[in-house]
Design a protein around this ligand. Structure first.
Ligand code: G4P
Length: 534
């Protein structure tokens, strides 16, 4: 059993062994490859290559999925569970394309840690930085994997400096690379004093591991050429002098990240990273909620919806709500209360996302992700409990950065269009605003690609061709404040007012200047770019 960094040692064993995490990275850094190797070492697949193959099969289900395939992007997040040693890992997949970042943000509300993958030649990239900032908002523990060390990479100290400076987090080396590019031999495991040697002949083989007696161990010379060994000794000595040593509490609080170096494609460094996740992971954490937070060891089951995926099968308007269990021991067939509507729901066919395949979930524990098929009752941000009126908080909705008007090709179908738009708004696929003056709808998204996805889904799922056109507005802000102040504000700004699918007031404009002016002229009114989904 590994020595687990823990702030809640009293957790039941089944919960304490769970590690629920996501991988964040810039596209191309190696997330897919790393995921595949996790599954390989987790015993979930027999050989690398199956994740992609399975992904392809899954994606041919509809034209919308076809579009993902054509563009080679993954739009939908999914969850995978697999075992590693005595641990149960729940890996929540995040879409890599920046246009779908809002989805990614919400996915991060369902995990207890994130693995940040960076490309050793590129360092911290734009999407890495963006995703990191979200992890920071939640003080998520972050473990870093510096990938592609088998290629020419940047100087190790430079990479570490860049992470420290750009992301304002302490970095502590968990391993130290020996050579790089064609000369890359493996790593010195600084936490366990081991030499790990990469096998270039077989990409699916775990590295040879040699226990060492410090860096003066004569066996090092048997495996490492003299010039690289001298360099390793110098660098590790410098690293020990200049860089902080690993402090598990600081990792847990998100102030420090341990970094492993490796090559996912060569399976190198992956097992050490997995051990790191098991050790510093951490176990399921307390979930923020109102009126009280939820501790994982509470015997009663609570869970919250962080993602809804609709129309996985276009013939049936079914949706799967992805639910993160925040506490308790869930059993199939349980009746839970849907807190928003106060209605009971029998959860008779929940799905557990075992990496080998989808399986009916007979049971699940705090930390696990289950899928609940439903007909639209479950929305993002919803909480399920065994009766208590408690709501998980902190699931954000972001102001869209692109706005367009949308019209049905057939004007007689306006009602149909409204229904379709509301469904996508509830699913979190887009923001839909109904202007106070005039007819029609304005759709808001974070990335332009979302318009295309939306257009093709409305056509496919509702048989309704639609047209998007430029809107006169470019920014949206939610309006809050005392009722009288909000009413006065609405009256004076009717041309700019619209309502979102929850009926909340939204101010639309094309000028940042307008937003600044309102903040000056209406001190009681608050304009926000995010809203909690409840
Ligand atoms: P992503 O999910 O983060 O977008 O990255 P992905 O794993 O798809 O990896 C992006 C590219 O980087 C792939 O090459 C992959 O094979 C390569 N790669 C991943 N890990 C390593 C590594 O450790 N070393 C090296 N040298 N390359 C690595 P591709 O040519 O785009 O795709 P493919 O033809 O290999 O599938």
């Amino acid at each position: 059993m590994l020595d687990t960094a823990s702030n809640r040692p009293e957790l039941p064993a089944e919960i304490a062994r769970r590690r629920t995490f996501a991988i964040i990275s810039h596209p191309d850094a190696g997330k897919t490859t790393l995921t595949e190797k996790f599954l390989l070492f987790g015993g979930a697949i027999q050989m690398a290559g199956q994740v992609r193959a399975k992904g392809e099969a899954r994606r041919t289900r509809s034209d919308f999925m076809q579009m993902e395939k054509d563009r080679g992007i993954s739009v939908s997040a999914s969850a995978m569970s697999f075992d590693f040693k005595s641990f149960r890992f729940n890996l929540v997949d995040t879409p890599g394309h920046s246009d779908f970042s809002e989805d990614t943000y919400r996915t991060l509300t369902a995990v207890d840690a994130a693995v940040m993958v960076i490309d050793g030649a590129k360092g911290v990239e734009s999407q890495t930085q963006k995703l990191f900032e979200v992890c920071r908002l939640r003080d998520l523990p972050i473990l870093t994997f510096c990938n592609k060390m088998d290629r020419e990479a940047r100087d190790v100290f430079d990479i570490i400096d860049e992470i420290q400076e750009n992301l304002a987090i302490d970095v502590t080396p968990a391993s130290w690379p020996i050579g790089m590019g064609r000369e890359f031999l493996g790593c010195y495991d600084m936490l366990n004093n081991r030499l790990e040697l990469m096998d270039r002949a077989d990409r699916n083989v775990v590295a040879e591991s040699i226990r060492l007696d410090g860096l003066d161990d004569p066996r090092l010379a048997d495996h490492i050429p003299a010039h690289l060994l001298t360099q390793l000794r110098e660098e590790v000595e410098m690293a020990r002098e200049l860089l902080p040593t690993l402090d598990p509490q600081s990792v847990l609080e998100g102030h420090m990240t341990p970094i492993w170096f490796g090559s996912a494609i060569n399976s190198f460094g992956v097992k050490e990273l997995m051990e790191g996740i098991a050790t510093y992971g951490p176990e399921p954490q307390v979930q923020k909620a109102t009126p009280r937070s939820i501790a994982p060891e509470e015997p009663k089951v609570t869970g919250f919806v962080f993602k809804v995926q609709a129309n996985m099968d276009p013939k049936h308007r079914d949706r799967v709500a992805f639910v993160r269990l925040a506490s308790g021991h869930f059993l199939r067939g349980m009746k839970l209360t849907h807190v928003r509507t106060k209605k009971p729901m029998a959860i008779s066919n929940p799905v557990l996302f075992l990496a080998s395949d989808r399986e009916l979930a007979e049971e699940a524990w705090a930390g696990d992700i289950i899928g609940i098929p439903n007909h639209g009752q479950l929305r993002i941000g919803d909480t399920l409990t065994e009766g208590e009126a408690i709501r998980v908080s902190g699931i954000p909705s972001f102001a869209p950065e692109l706005l367009q008007t949308v019209r049905a090709g057939d004007p007689m179908k306006a009602k149909h269009l409204e229904k379709a738009l509301m469904q996508f708004a509830e699913e979190g696929a887009a923001k839909v605003f109904k202007p106070m003056i005039g007819s029609g709808f304005i759709v808001g998204v974070v990335g332009a690609l979302q318009f295309e996805v939306l257009g093709s889904r409305i056509e496919l799922e509702y048989g309704l061709p639609v047209r998007f056109d430029a809107s006169q507005f470019t920014s949206a802000r939610w309006v809050t404040g005392p009722k009288a102040a909000v009413d006065k504000f609405i009256n004076a700004n009717k041309q700019h007012i619209s309502y979102d699918h929850d009926g909340d007031v939204v101010y639309l404009t094309r000028l940042q200047w307008d937003i600044d002016r309102i903040e000056r002229d209406y001190p009681d009114i608050t304009l926000t770019a995010t809203k909690e989904m409840m």
